[in-house]
Design a protein around this ligand. Structure first.
Ligand SMILES: *Cc1c(COP(=O)(O)O)cnc(C)c1O
Length: 339
């Protein structure tokens, strides 16, 4: 067996031993199946390929100080996948089946769970696709759910550091009443050009505005946005934002720390009033934002110049990460011990 250099992992794909599959046909889900193949056998007219019937999830498992492995809020991912499925007319997978698949894939790939203290974790990627053939524009009659895992390194190679983001009004990741609230691949395809342009100009991400009026903040490509001002955690509300489980968790922790939480439409101009701003999501928990450049209006909002995260972001980050690794008490039962 090969040895893995845990400190050298990136956020990328590595082959592991097993994945779990479950097929929907004749109107019902079958049993969970274990596979050791990385390949799926797919009909060339499958609706996921032609009409974008595809949704995915992302969550992590962590090894604690005591060697136990726990997974974070997987019921939330299961419910969100159901909501994504509903939104693009795919068969909904029962929450219990989703959870059973996640437990199973972690247990079977135990040797890939990074050790405590390495900063690395086991990333879990559930996927649901329309696998049945259609040529006319209709939902498939057959679906495939699968879950694979891959160990990933700490998101911040050189520590928890602020990064710049930009606003570009020439692109949207989702339409005003489109699929923005669903975790579907199409939104990601729509964000690739803008995301690539941003990266080429040295930005970590694009901060999208609401696609209808371009007056309010939406979210970053693959992560939600929040701002801190006057002891208040302010998160944009809109009908084109993906509801992040990290954001929801941070809001609870913010309340527990004595902050107020506001979830509402946030006008772009409000960026000038924030003390701290950040992106949040499973991959990095929190990415503090150093500066937001509005590339169309030639404006810059600067939050930190010393390369250090703001105090509220730092506190929230430590708290949530502590709960995930088992270093902090888990008063809400967000984690489940798997091994
Ligand atoms: C997955 C995702 C997020 C982050 O959600 P988490 O549940 O916190 O990982 C944010 N925005 C988009 C568009 C996403 O797809």
């Amino acid at each position: 067996m090969e040895t893995i250099n845990w400190s050298d992992l990136s956020f990328g794909y590595m082959k592991t031993d097993y994945n779990i599959r479950c097929y929907y046909c004749d109107g019902k889900w079958g049993e969970l199946e274990v596979s050791s193949s990385e390949i799926i056998n797919l009909h060339m007219a499958a609706t996921c390929l032609h009409y974008g019937q595809e949704s995915f999830e992302g969550l992590k498992a962590f090894k604690g100080k005591d060697g136990k492995v726990q997974v974070f809020r997987m019921d939330e991912n299961a419910k969100r996948m159901q909501s994504s499925s509903h939104g693009i007319m795919m068969a909904e997978l029962p929450v219990e089946k989703f959870e059973e698949a996640v437990r199973k894939v972690i247990r079977l790939n135990e040797r890939f769970v990074p050790p405590y203290g390495s900063g690395a974790s086991l990333y879990i990627r559930p996927l649901l696709i329309g696998s049945g053939p259609q040529v006319g524009v209709k939902p498939a009659e057959e679906y495939l759910f699968l879950v694979f895992v891959t160990p990933v390194g700490p998101y911040f190679k050189d520590g928890f550091k602020p990064a710049p983001v930009c606003i570009m009004r020439g692109y949207d990741r989702a339409a005003p009443q489109g699929t923005g609230t669903l975790k579907v691949g199409g939104n990601y395809a729509a964000s690739l050009v803008a995301g690539n342009q941003a990266k080429e100009q040295g930005y970590a991400a694009v901060l999208y505005l609401d696609p209808k009026e371009k007056k309010y903040l939406d979210e970053c490509g693959p992560a939600n946005f929040f701002g801190i001002r006057d002891n208040t955690y302010i998160a944009p509300a809109s009908n084109s934002i993906l509801p992040s489980i990290t954001n929801k968790s941070l809001q609870q922790l913010a309340v527990d720390m004595g902050l107020k939480v506001e979830c509402r439409a946030v006008p772009v101009e409000e960026l000038a009033t924030f003390e701290e701003t950040a992106e949040c999501g499973t991959a990095a928990v929190i990415t503090p934002i150093s500066r937001i450049d509005d590339l169309d209006e030639n404006k810059s909002y600067v939050y930190t110049t010393d390369g250090k995260p703001g105090p509220v972001c730092e506190k929230l980050y430590k708290k949530l990460q502590g709960i995930q690794t088992g270093d902090e008490p888990d008063p809400y039962g967000w984690t489940e011990e798997i091994l």
